[in-house]
Design a protein around this ligand. Structure first.
Ligand SMILES: [Zn+2]
Length: 277
């Protein structure tokens, strides 16, 4: 059996329900869970590295306050509650550029704790899986995340950014070419980059997903909802590839699509097997 986890980043208080519904109805109707990495208290002025406005703000209102807690959009909360196939992950705090790449334990810990309170205020059970903006964490952030979460989903791991006491496990992981590993009480899953990306060619996207899923015991597929509607333009061809992916995943008897929450318990058989591969 192969396992696949769908991770969609950057849902926040200014995300239109219609976008999530358009993208993920074919997943939900087939019983395929979709993990939404949710920003607890989005900065409505957040920018990319080049100073341009973040893509996830493309549907924000004309007079938004500087920050919007996730609990400030009751329609979105109601929609997520009504569709339990969506699973919330904890994504950053306000989603400033590289906000969890600062080596300041007190600030990183405070942002994680405050973010958790925004989830609780919105009526969510606090997520046990963390995703950093841009998949970038400082050494302090790794430690503070390990104190508070069971699981981290990220891109790759650099020795120089990890706590030195975790280095032996990282060296073993790299030597054995294992994609996923565990240290400091934290299970860490890597992903093969954003295979579902508006920067990638559409005609080879599904084949790349099929190849990657076929080669791995557990694959995390990462995408971003706003890319399919970037700058107000609905990218029908890209949405079609996402929906073909849903149909393909559902049609494979030897593939199971699971939420992160299914493997948060480190004693779980799926994660034990994944950490050995
Ligand atoms: Zn993000």
């Amino acid at each position: 059996m192969k396992y696949v986890i769908i991770r969609d980043d950057d849902t926040c208080a200014v995300t239109p329900i219609a976008c999530l519904e358009r993208l993920y109805r074919p997943f939900l109707d087939r019983g395929l869970p979709v993990n939404l990495a949710v920003i607890p208290n989005v900065n409505t002025r957040a920018t990319f590295a080049d100073g341009k406005e973040e893509g996830f703000l493309c549907f924000k209102g004309a007079n938004e306050p500087a920050h919007r807690p996730i609990g400030s959009n009751p329609e979105l909360l109601e929609y997520l509650r009504a569709n339990p196939g969506f699973k919330a992950l904890h994504h950053g705090y306000e989603h400033n550029y590289l906000e969890f790449d600062q080596n300041d334990p007190a600030t990183m810990g405070r942002k994680l704790d405050e973010g958790r309170r925004y989830f609780e205020a919105a009526g969510f059970a606090p997520p046990q899986t963390f995703v950093a903006p841009y998949d970038q964490l400082s050494r302090a952030s790794y430690r503070e995340v390990a104190r508070r979460f069971q699981l981290l989903s990220t891109g790759w791991f650099e020795l120089g950014k990890l706590p030195p006491e975790w280095w032996p496990q990282l060296i073993l992981k790299k030597a054995l070419k294992r994609p996923h590993w565990r240290a400091g009480g934290l299970t860490m899953l890597s992903h093969p980059g954003c295979l579902l990306s508006y920067r990638k060619p559409l005609d080879t996207m599904l084949a790349a997903i099929q190849q990657t899923v076929g080669q791995n015991h557990l694959t995390v597929l990462v995408t971003h909802w706003w890319e399919y509607f970037y700058q107000g333009q609905t990218n029908e061809a890209y949405i079609a590839v996402l929906h073909q992916t849903a149909a393909w995943l559902a049609s494979q008897p030897d593939i199971r699509v699971i939420p992160f929450s299914a493997i948060e318990d480190p004693g779980n058989a799926i994660i034990r097997e994944a950490l050995r591969q």
